[in-house]
Write a protein that binds this ligand. Structure first.
Ligand code: PLP
Length: 383
């Protein structure tokens, strides 16, 4: 009979778990499930990165790493960020086991009990849980009426953000909508953040996976560098989800505080993985471009497949997800799509946006065709 802490009781189990356990159960019964629920590239990690990790292990980089991260990697990250006009020194970066840990540390560092955290819905599933674990209270701005774009919803954001707001989370390109926010939208965020003295998390983990647009990094805007925590990682662009490598970049005073959370929790990211990260940043532009090109072709295919069936999906210019309308009960739609059509998707309500399901197109073309056919044949697209 445990007496659980309030903080864990505040957090709901992930809505995606029900779907993935049902999918696993079906697969174990021999059912061919088209899994469009996963948020990871279906490509192998580029070979040079694997080789770099092997070499690093053989060279003996198997002990504890410096908590903040291997200096050469932090320098490579700083150089990489400079390509996006972001001006961070190696000392303003903490290398973390995954961007998720970088986000977790940021929430722990900034959010006190009762502090207001503002999310833009649909928002990636873990922001809410991380805010709540830190004791924060949530306010949400819905972007679904504006095809998931922020610019038309700036007035709503202005009504939500106030002097009481501690933190605002901006994720562009977005998981789950794929939306890349316009410069005007980011300038609107800047104006509000400066007026109300709000810190902003800029989760830019999909910044390399864009189609014909160059996303602007929030911290490049005047007045933002000193109030932004830039989050990024290797999972998506380099297909390194299982390696657990990401980082946060922020002014040094924040790094000092967040560094305490890191050193007293995970210690560091895995030592030899950090060495492989240097290779990823320095030698993998072609591999990243090839994967991104494949995602782009799949996105266009998926849009055409839906259009052929009369379904309009708001297509984003980044990441590898689309939100498909489901009618009010998205959880039910997803459960039925899985149990009847054997297509796994994630309910929009998991991202704060009921009425949609998130489909990932990090899957082969044949799987995408098959998935849409099954949904259409099962009546899931005729709302
Ligand atoms: N941020 C967003 C928007 C994501 O979609 C994800 C992964 O799904 C993460 C952060 C965390 O990525 P990782 O911890 O694998 O670096």
């Amino acid at each position: 009979n445990f007496d659980f802490a309030d903080r864990v009781e505040r957090v709901e189990p992930s809505a995606t778990l029900a779907i993935s356990s049902l999918a696993t159960e079906l697969e174990s019964e021999g059912v061919d499930v088209v899994d469009l629920s996963v948020g990871e590239p279906d490509f192998p990690t580029p070979e040079v990165i694997v080789e770099a990790a092997t070499e690093a292990m053989e060279a003996g980089h198997t002990g504890y790493a410096p908590s903040q991260g291997v200096r050469d990697l932090r320098e490579a990250i700083a150089a990489d960020l400079a390509r996006r006009d972001l001006d961070y020194a190696a000392d303003e970066i903490i290398v973390t086991p995954g961007a998720k840990q970088a986000l977790f540390e940021t929430f722990q560092t900034l959010v006190d009990d009762g502090n207001e955290v503002v999310l833009l819905d649909p928002a990636w599933v873990s922001y809410e849980a991380m805010a709540k674990l830190a004791g924060g209270s949530l306010s949400r701005v819905d972007l679904s009426a504006s095809a998931f774009q922020l610019e038309p919803a700036l007035d709503d954001l202005a009504e939500t953000v106030s002097d009481d707001t501690e933190l605002l989370v901006v994720n562009s390109p977005s998981n789950p909508s794929g939306a890349v926010f316009s410069d005007a939208a980011l300038e609107g965020v800047r104006d509000l953040a400066v007026d109300h003295d709000v810190t902003v998390i800029a989760d830019e983990i999909y910044d390399r996976i864009t189609y014909g647009v160059e996303p602007t990094s929030l911290a490049t805007l005047d007045g933002m560098r000193e109030r932004t925590v830039t989050i990024n990682g290797f999972s998506k662009a380099f297909s390194m989800t299982g390696w657990r490598l990401g980082y946060l970049a922020a002014p040094e005073e924040l790094i000092g505080q967040a560094g305490k959370v890191q050193s007293h929790s995970v210690s560091s990211a895995t030592h030899f993985v950090q060495h492989a990260g240097i290779t990823a940043l320095r030698e993998c532009d072609d591999a990243v471009n090839q994967m991104t090109q494949a995602f782009r072709e799949r996105r266009d295919l998926l849009t055409d497949l839906f259009a052929d069936r009369g379904v309009e999906v708001p297509v984003g210019d980044g990441a590898f997800y689309v939100m498909v309308p489901t009618g009010d009960d998205d959880a039910r739609w997803c459960e039925d799509a899985l149990s009847e059509a054997h297509v796994a998707t994630v309910p929009g309500s998991a991202f704060g946006t009921p009425g949609y399901a998130r489909l990932s197109y990090a899957a082969g073309e044949e799987r995408l065709r098959e998935g849409v056919n099954r949904l259409a044949d099962g009546g899931f697209l005729s709302l």
